[in-house]
Structures are given as structure tokens and as C-alpha cells.
Design a protein around this ligand. Structure first.
Ligand SMILES: NC(=O)c1ccc[n+]([C@@H]2O[C@H](COP(=O)([O-])OP(=O)(O)OC[C@H]3O[C@@H](n4cnc5c(N)ncnc54)[C@H](O)[C@@H]3O)[C@@H](O)[C@H]2O)c1
Length: 309
């Protein structure tokens, strides 16, 4: 299959690309390399350095003639979405609209969109299902909602199938420090450097950490199943940030002190997504345990991984 991956040089995108190449798909990546890195891609992959907001994106997509598009490119920094709302909006809202519009015009039959648990906002529910009300508390979450709605509208009007994957907190090798699951990468880097890890808040806030290779598998499955659905991509289990830090202390061998600072605005207190629908519609299961995923992540960063972020 000819697949175009926007943001394919990014953390999650590069794992998706790797899986597609393994399957024998013909992959083209469109990425402006703002947080992505071409060294994450193998030589079999064509990388086109381009911004998803470009006015000639349709011409580019037409020249590639993808059958399917996996849209990962985004401004992923939740705090920045509040301090620079227009930047966030132009990339995540206008950029996504540009990608969806170009996808239709170039004749692609399928689009998969990376959405987020940030669309749900704060909730008292133990496990959030896809029918939960959409009430984002960050502008990043709001921009992801708009992306979902554009996909929905285009898929109802035109001949394109759309799948929305709402990721919980993704972690794993190659992760930068800015994204939603960035806390794993931040703690790992701090602990390996012999620094004191910093927890914002009391550490009792919970997250549903899903391993990046499992997320990549969900995207690939969404190309051929779960048509037109919205699915949470998560483990359906929670870990407190405090516990995460302790597990990483064990894994890195740095058992020093932990520092605590004031909570940040836009941060959700409790987050756990029900993944029953993804299991049913995509035949997908998150197979990597947290211990195994953290081991792989620490091993990646301690072996030189990526220094930047
Ligand atoms: N990491 C998480 O925990 C998480 C959780 C929920 C949703 N998501 C979503 O998953 C997707 C991938 O996130 P990630 O964590 O891999 O982040 P990332 O920053 O590593 O990847 C984003 C990629 O998009 C590219 N990009 C950014 N702006 C662009 C633009 N204007 N034009 C072209 N390319 C551009 C970047 O260079 C980068 O390669 C994003 O859509 C993000 O919102 C991530």
C-alpha cells in the first residue's frame, strides 16, 4: 500500500513508519522537522521536508498519490497551546484541515488521525469511554476536537474513510520531552544524568501509559479495520506519576531524592481510557507491560538514544 505519514519523523510517527516498512508498504513522510529528526527514518523511506500548512500541500499529495494517510504531525506541547494559542491553532486546526482537504483531493481512500485523551478534559469517571462528553481543558485538547470534526465532516461528504485514535499517554524510545507522555522521557533523562527528577503537584495524579510500539500497531491496524470509528488507544490501567518515577528509579539505578513543584495549568488530574472498542474494532491489544516498556525506554536512552528533545 502507498501510505503517506505526516509527522513521520516524530516520536510516534517514526515507529509507525518502521512498522509499515516492515510490512512492505511504500512510505512517504511529510514533516517540517520542527521536532522530528530524519535520522529516525530508514533509507527506504522518502522524507519530504514540508509544513502541513503549506498552500501547495494538495499538489504535493497529488504527486505522491497515497492510498492512505496517517496524520501525526502536530504542535504537541500542551503548555504552549495556552501560551501561544495562535501557533497551536494554525498547526493543529488549520494544518489538519489542510491535510484532510488535500487527502480528499489527491484521491486517498483512508485517513487515520492522531487525537488525544486531552479532548475529554477533567472527569470523575474511572475509565473514560469514547461516548464521554468532550470538554477539553487545554487549547491543545480543543484543537484535537476540531481535527476530529473536520475528519467526520469530510468522511460524510466525500469518499474517504476516517479513523480517529485517541491516544492516552504514549511513551517509549525516541520520545522528546514536550509531548503528553513526555514525563517518562523527562524522568528517564534526569535520572540517567544523575539529576533530581521533578514532579509537578503531589505525584498522586494518574496516567494511562501506553507503549509507542503498541500505538504504532494500532495505527497500522486502523488502515484496514475499524472504519469510521473513534477508538481510545490505551492500556485501560493507571499509574501514579509518583509510582512511575519510582519504577524509573529502579530501572536506572538512581534512587536519589524526588523534588516536588507546583501543579501546572492544563494538566489533567486523573486519566484512564477504556480500550474495549479498540480491541473489538481493530483487533488490537496493548501487549507491552509497563515494566517491559520502561526497560526498553531506559535501555534506549542509556545507550546514547537521542540527546536532544
Ligand atoms: N506523545 C503522546 O503521548 C501523545 C498523546 C496523544 C496524542 N498524541 C499525538 O500524536 C501525534 C504524534 O506526537 P508525538 O508525541 O510523536 O510528537 P512529535 O513532536 O515527536 O511528532 C510530531 C511530528 O510532527 C512534525 N510537525 C510538527 N509540526 C509540523 C508542521 N507544521 N508541518 C509538518 N510537520 C510538523 C514534527 O517535526 C514531528 O516530527 C501528535 O498528533 C500528537 O498530538 C501524542
Amino acid at each position: 500500500m502507498r501510505v503517506l505519514v505526516t509527522g513521520g519523523a516524530g516520536f510516534i510517527g517514526s515507529h509507525i513508519v518502521e512498522l509499515l516498512v516492515e510490512r512492505g508498504d511504500e512510505v512517504t513522510v511529510v514533516d517540517n522537522l520542527s521536532t522530528g529528526d530524519h535520522s529516525r527514518l530508514s533509507r527506504d523511506v522518502q522524507l519530504i521536508e514540508k509544513d502541513i500548512r503549506a498552500h501547495d500541500l494538495t499538489d504535493l499529495f497529488r504527486s505522491i498519490r497515497p492510498e492512505a494517510i496517517i496524520h501525526q504531525a502536530a504542535q504537541v506541547d500542551v503548555a504552549k497551546s495556552m501560551s501561544e494559542p495562535l501557533t497551536d491553532g494554525t498547526v493543529n486546526v488549520m494544518g489538519t484541515l489542510n491535510v484532510v482537504d488535500a487527502a480528499v483531493k489527491c484521491g486517498a481512500w483512508k485517513i487515520v488521525f492522531a487525537s488525544s485523551c486531552a479532548v475529554y478534559g477533567e472527569t470523575s469517571e474511572e475509565k473514560i469511554t469514547e461516548t464521554h462528553p468532550i470538554r477539553p481543558i487545554s487549547l491543545y485538547g480543543a484543537s484535537k476536537c476540531l481535527g476530529e470534526w473536520y475528519l467526520d465532516w469530510y468522511s460524510r461528504i466525500y469518499e474517504i474513510e476516517a479513523s480517529v485514535l485517541r491516544y492516552s499517554n504514549v511513551y517509549g524510545p525516541r520520545q522528546g520531552v514536550k509531548g503528553e507522555g513526555g514525563v517518562v522521557s523527562i524522568f528517564t533523562r534526569q535520572l540517567l544524568a544523575g539529576e533530581t527528577p521533578v514532579i509537578f503537584g503531589d505525584g498522586k495524579q494518574t496516567r494511562d501509559f501506553v507503549f509507542v510500539k503498541d500505538v504504532a500497531e494500532a495505527n497500522v491496524r486502523a488502515l484496514s479495520s475499524g472504519l469510521g470509528t473513534i477508538c481510545n488507544i490505551s492500556t485501560g490501567t493507571t499509574t501514579t506519576v509518583q509510582r512511575l518515577c519510582e519504577l524509573l528509579q529502579i530501572e536506572t539505578g538512581n534512587r536519589g531524592e524526588i523534588s516536588y513543584q507546583a501543579e501546572r495549568s492544563g494538566d489533567i488530574r486523573h486519566s484512564c481510557l477504556d480500550n474495549t472498542k479498540a480491541k473489538e474494532f481493530l483487533g488490537w491489544d496493548p501487549v507491552t507491560t509497563l515494566r517491559k516498556g520502561l526497560e526498553e525506554t531506559v535501555s534506549f536512552f542509556s545507550n546514547g538514544g537521542e540527546a536532544g528533545g
